[in-house]
Each structure stands twice: as structure tokens, then as C-alpha cells.
Write a protein that binds this ligand. Structure first.
Ligand code: CO8
Length: 256
């Protein structure tokens, strides 16, 4: 049985399900390899407009696989080049929505933070507990968490390993939307469907500029935004979108 299931709930939306229920979906090498492979393939597939990634009701993912790391040495860890697998997920140009129920701990929380939009169940559990096993976050937890919730909340979470609920994650800015646990995947799919009907060239530019702009100066980020905005006037979808508005009809976008 594959450890990452790929489903197509409807046209142009793909659902990736981490599938290691006996290990609380802990991210072993195979799961990370499959996620990276899927994100790379789906990222290059023009028929795919949005990707939802999820786990199960108990766990999105309870961290990197501790059994896979317990005895490893620093050089072997370095030679595993894990960052290349994470980078493949971060570099996916398609909108990625995380649908989170249960534990999103350690590498699981870091994986969630690779997404563009986070839908959390009220009782989901977010934590960076690495310090409790003698390490620290190693896949962006110190950086993406800080960007999401600010230095002081991030320090508290990373230094104590304390978990926060989905409701708290929503209040802190770590979730885009919080819903009852049973509605998490449906809500994520609904958002994916909405996005999948938007002009894909504009969606791709929004993702690229928003992410790149986060780490640039405001002037540089505004220039990136301006250039992307101007570029969209070269797209057929911009002409169609505005024409449809004026003609009071629904637009038909072609991704060009
Ligand atoms: N790794 C390996 N196995 C795990 C993990 C994990 N992270 N989490 C759970 N499991 C396994 C358990 O060992 C157990 O297996 P078995 O049945 O063979 O004993 C099974 O899943 C069920 O787990 P529990 O019996 O513990 O279930 P509970 O409901 O009692 O508890 C918890 C659930 C609270 C989630 C608990 O399992 C737990 O604390 N897990 C570990 C959480 C953790 O510390 N995560 C951080 C790991 S370190 C990390 O993520 C570093 C990321 C750095 C970047 C990655 C670079 C590669």
C-alpha cells in the first residue's frame, strides 16, 4: 500500500493523503520522497489547478519519523539531502491547501507550513516538540512559524514544545480557516474548487509574488507585484475576465 494516496475528487483538483496510520503518519523517507515526487509532477501538469494535502482524523503527521533518525550521524543526515525533498514541496507552483486534523507536530507542522492555505479542525494539534527529543525544528519550523505567528509566540512554542489547538492556531494566524473536525477536508476541497475556477496564470503570479515578497524589502516586493500585475495584461484570461464582466456573463478561463 502506497504511503501517499493520490485522489482526484474533481476535475483539476488533486487530494494527497499521507497514509501511515500505524505510525500516526510520521514522515519517513518514503513519504517525503512521494510527496516531493507528486508535488513536482502535479506542479508541471497544466490540468491541475489546486492540490489539497491531508492525513487522517487522528494525525496530519506526528513529525519526522523518530525511529528513522534516532541512531543517525550528522554526516549521514547531511548526505540524505532531505532539504531537496522539502524544497520540491516549497517550489510547487500550484496552490497547495493543507487540511489538518489531529497531530501536526514537528515535521508535520513544518509540512503544513509549506502550504499556501491552512484549513484546521477545531481540535487539530499544532506543535514543534523537537526540543523534547533533543533536537530542534529542521524543516523550516523556526522560520516559517515565526513569519506566521511572530517571534514571541514562536519562541514559546519551539522552546517548550507546547501544542496549540486548531482554534488557537486560527487566532494566532497559523490557520487560514478553522472548522469542525468533520468538515476539514470538505472545506479544503471547496476552497480548492473555488481557486481552480480562477484564471491559473493570475493564481500562479499571486503565489510567486506573495512568497517572494515576504523575504524582500517592501520596495522590491512592490516592484515584483507591479511587474507581475503588468504581465497579466498579456494573458488571454485577463482580456476574457474583463470582457465577461462588461458583458455581464461568466468568464471562461483557458490558462493562457
Ligand atoms: N516517529 C516515529 N513513530 C511515531 C511518531 C514519530 N514522530 N509518532 C508516533 N509514532 C508511532 C509510535 O511510535 C507508535 O508506534 P508503535 O505502535 O509501533 O509503538 C504509533 O505511532 C502510535 O503512537 P503512540 O502510541 O505514541 O500514540 P499516542 O496517541 O499515545 O500519542 C503522539 C500520539 C502524542 C503524537 C505521540 O506518538 C508522539 O509524541 N509522537 C512523537 C511526536 C514528536 O516528537 N514529533 C517530532 C519528531 S522530530 C521532527 O519532526 C523533526 C523534524 C525535523 C525536520 C525533518 C528532517 C528529516
Amino acid at each position: 500500500m502506497t504511503e501517499v494516496l493520490l485522489e482526484k475528487p474533481f476535475d483539476s483538483v488533486v487530494l494527497l493523503r499521507i497514509n501511515r496510520p500505524d505510525a500516526k503518519n510520521a514522515l519517513n523517507g518514503e513519504v517525503r520522497r512521494l510527496l516531493a515526487e507528486h508535488m513536482t509532477t502535479l506542479g508541471a501538469d497544466p490540468s491541475v489547478r489546486a492540490i489539497v494535502m491531508t492525513g487522517n482524523q487522528e494525525a496530519f503527521a506526528a513529525g519526522a519519523d523518530i525511529k528513522d533518525m534516532a541512531e543517525v550521524g550528522a554526516i549521514e543526515l547531511m548526505q540524505r539531502n532531505n532539504h531537496l525533498l522539502w524544497r520540491a514541496i516549497a517550489n510547487c507552483p500550484k496552490p497547495v491547501i493543507a487540511a489538518v486534523n489531529g497531530y501536526a507536530w514537528g515535521g508535520g507542522c513544518e509540512l503544513v507550513m509549506h502550504a499556501d492555505i491552512i484549513v484546521a479542525g477545531e481540535n487539530a494539534s499544532f506543535s514543534q516538540p523537537e526540543v523534547k527529543v533533543g533536537i530542534m525544528p529542521g524543516a523550516g519550523g523556526t522560520q516559517r512559524l515565526t513569519r506566521a505567528v511572530g517571534k514571541f509566540k514562536a519562541m514559546l512554542m519551539v522552546m517548550t514544545g507546547q501544542a496549540i489547538s486548531g482554534v488557537e492556531a486560527g487566532q494566532m494566524g497559523l490557520a487560514s480557516v478553522v472548522v469542525p473536525d468533520a468538515e476539514v477536508v470538505d472545506k479544503a476541497l471547496e476552497i480548492a474548487k473555488t481557486i481552480s475556477r480562477m484564471p491559473p496564470v493570475a493564481i500562479a503570479q499571486i503565489k510567486e509574488v506573495l512568497l517572494a515578497g515576504q523575504d524582500a524589502s517592501l520596495d522590491t516586493a512592490l516592484m515584483l507585484e507591479r511587474k507581475a500585475f503588468q504581465l497579466l495584461f498579456a494573458s488571454a484570461d485577463q482580456k476574457e475576465g474583463m470582457k465577461a464582466f462588461i458583458e455581464k456573463r461568466k468568464p471562461t478561463y483557458q490558462g493562457k
